[in-house]
Design a protein around this ligand. Structure first.
Ligand code: GUN
Length: 290
């Protein structure tokens, strides 16, 4: 059994990006520039955005943080998106989600120029991914693909089972794993809340991706010996012994499942740290031009 170290892999990727950016700067080229729009003061969003800004510094990127109060109007937000779409000094930008209830997230997502949509949420990028064109891949699925690649985990002809069908993880990881590519070329099954015989299907998986947000859902009896298990779960469970008051809990019963696996990602320190790397890779790609 080998533990997939997402923290170490993410640090390596950020160093590689920083080296590339250093070379760009030495050639007299402008560094990539990521802007982030943050509405309100949600604790989770504040810390995600702070980490994104920190990653920009580590990679040698420019970054801008644009803040709005919780009661900003949708029209004011749309105006800012329009400004960023037309600012040649900004290569890519994100609008941190979730947004307050009075703002239509889908309208906001679709207002972003897809060439600057480094989150990969715009329908054009989702469509491009689906037909195998280059584009911005959403962060978590792209991070999983990088881990499979860097650990040399065979995927061709393997049966990948995905638990969860969300637009930002389940669907795009299913799409990427079924592409004729390396990593890829899997036979993919997507399970969801209406799937029958979920345990039996999981037991058929060579690669099991758990992305349901249900702590400890995947138990030892659901895993084939020698499988690769990728845990995308990051549920915050109250824990008074921690300074933060919570701990992150994955979708996999790690202690009992790990001994059966060939490869497994821990929570935390598995898929999580890779997601910001994907955003940095997308921003570098945006700088070079899609
Ligand atoms: N909120 C939680 N994850 C994300 C993400 O990847 N991008 C944005 N924009 N908001 C998020």
């Amino acid at each position: 059994m080998q533990i997939i170290d997402g923290k170490k892999t993410a640090a390596e990727i950020k160093e590689e990006i920083a080296r590339e950016v250093q070379i760009m700067k030495e050639r007299g080229e402008r560094a990539p520039h990521l802007a982030a729009i943050l509405v309100g003061h949600d604790g989770g969003s504040e810390s995600y955005v702070a980490n994104k800004v920190k990653a920009c510094e580590a990679c040698g990127f420019e970054s801008s943080l644009i803040r709005f109060d919780e009661d900003v109007t949708e029209e004011r937000l749309m105006q800012e998106i329009d400004r960023l779409n037309n600012d040649p000094a900004v290569d890519g930008f994100i609008v941190q989600l979730p947004l307050p209830r009075h703002i239509d997230e889908q309208r906001v997502t679709e207002a972003i120029n897809f060439r600057k949509d480094v989150d990969g949420f715009h329908p054009v990028n989702v469509g491009r991914l689906s037909i195998g064109l280059p584009g911005f891949r959403s962060a978590t699925p792209a991070g999983i693909i990088d881990l499979l690649d860097r650990y040399g985990i065979p995927t061709k002809g393997k049966h990948a089972v995905i638990l969860g069908r969300s637009n930002i993880v389940g669907k795009p990881i299913a799409t990427l794993l079924m592409q004729k590519a390396q990593p890829g070329d899997c036979t993919v099954t997507v399970c969801h809340s209406s799937t029958r015989n979920i345990k039996e299907i999981c037991r058929e998986a060579d690669i099991l991706v758990a992305a349901l947000g249900h702590p400890g859902f995947v138990t030892e009896d659901m895993v084939k010996p020698g499988a690769t298990v990728i845990d995308v779960g990051t549920t915050r469970v109250p824990d008074p012994s921690r300074k933060s008051g919570f701990r992150l809990c994955g979708d996999v019963d790690f202690d009992n499942v790990a001994p059966k696996c060939e490869f497994i990602t821990p929570v935390p320190g598995g898929v999580g740290p890779m997601t910001i790397c994907s955003l940095m890779k997308n921003t570098l790609l945006a700088r070079k031009g899609l």
